[in-house]
Design a protein around this ligand. Structure first.
Ligand SMILES: [Zn+2]
Length: 299
């Protein structure tokens, strides 16, 4: 199987990078993967990644759709309770930071469409992109959403949207520059780009090291620090306006990381370290396990 080898930093082009994390795919293939970090801009990336054709094999696709709607086990129960809260919280993040209501939004990587549905319910004109065919069909059937496959993304008309959102999606995208270029093009003047990504400079990332669940190798191709994502997105014609933390991710990621470590009492240990991580983030958004970045179009 052909893999993609990076010989320069995908963000700043530097050839100075060093081995950062040696780990593996804990959830699906159990193959070894290494993360390298650029010494110039702190951007980190998974090395020798499966190409776009093969990456699908690394997603746990079995019952992907039905899982999201069953209440099995404590983790799933917590997840479902949190989900409703999160959907409203994401809506508030969009509306409060952009000042826009009832606008036009494109959600890239919408999955089964819960966030898109939330926005549609409160009056937004919503379009969405989703790669997984089953998830697309679920979103269309369940929520009557306009969900397109990724192949349609590059053909969207210029300045079609007030807001483009990517919730934990940018780290999965092979064509990073192509996507960001297109996103800039399809956002209207003075429009916004909102991206939530894991933060490897968080307390929980530093605590769990190679077991940190949000490295999620190899399907997370890129690993962002608050400074490297700013550099990358601003290079593509945006200006960082503000950042927000995602408090629940500290807990969820810590619990999953404990599971990867095969810890006993992984739920309780995860909750404990998740709490510490969350508490350490209160004074500084840059410490959150996941950070939401709000960019405004600047060209
Ligand atoms: Zn770099």
């Amino acid at each position: 199987m052909s893999k993609i080898h990076h010989d320069k930093c995908p963000v700043c082009g530097s050839k100075n990078f060093s081995l950062f994390i040696e780990s593996n795919d804990f959830s699906t293939s159990h193959e070894d993967y290494n993360i390298y970090k650029c010494t110039e801009c702190s951007f980190a990336f998974t090395q020798d990644i499966p190409n776009q054709e093969n990456i699908g094999n690394y997603y746990k696709s079995d019952n992907y759709v039905s899982h999201s709607n069953t209440k099995k086990g404590l983790m799933f129960k917590v997840y479902h309770m949190v989900r409703n809260y999160m959907l409203k919280s994401k809506q508030r993040t969009v509306e409060n930071n952009t000042g826009i209501k009832n606008g036009k939004i494109l959600d890239i990587g919408t999955g089964t469409g819960f966030f898109s549905n939330q926005m549609q319910k409160v009056g937004w004109d919503v379009s969405a992109i989703e790669q997984d065919k089953d998830a697309r069909e679920f979103a269309k059937k369940e929520f009557n959403l306009n969900v397109l496959p990724p192949s349609d993304f590059y053909n969207i008309k210029d300045k079609s949207f007030d807001v483009v959102s990517m919730w934990h999606v940018l780290e999965h995208v092979h064509d990073l520059d192509g996507y960001l270029k297109t996103i800039n093009k399809i956002i209207s003047d003075n429009g916004y780009f909102i991206a939530a990504v894991p933060n490897y400079t968080s307390y929980d990332a530093k605590h769990y090291k190679k077991y940190w669940a949000a490295y999620d190798l190899p399907i997370h191709l890129w690993h962002f620090s608050p400074s490297s994502i700013k550099l990358l997105i601003e290079k593509h014609g945006f200006k960082l306006i503000t950042k927000e933390g995602m408090p629940f991710d500290s807990f969820y990621v810590s619990m999953l990381s404990e599971k990867y470590k095969n810890s006993s009492l992984s739920f309780i240990r995860g909750a404990f370290f998740g709490f510490i991580s969350w508490a350490k983030s209160l004074s500084n958004t840059d410490n959150y396990s996941s950070v939401i970045y709000i960019f405004k179009k600047d060209n």
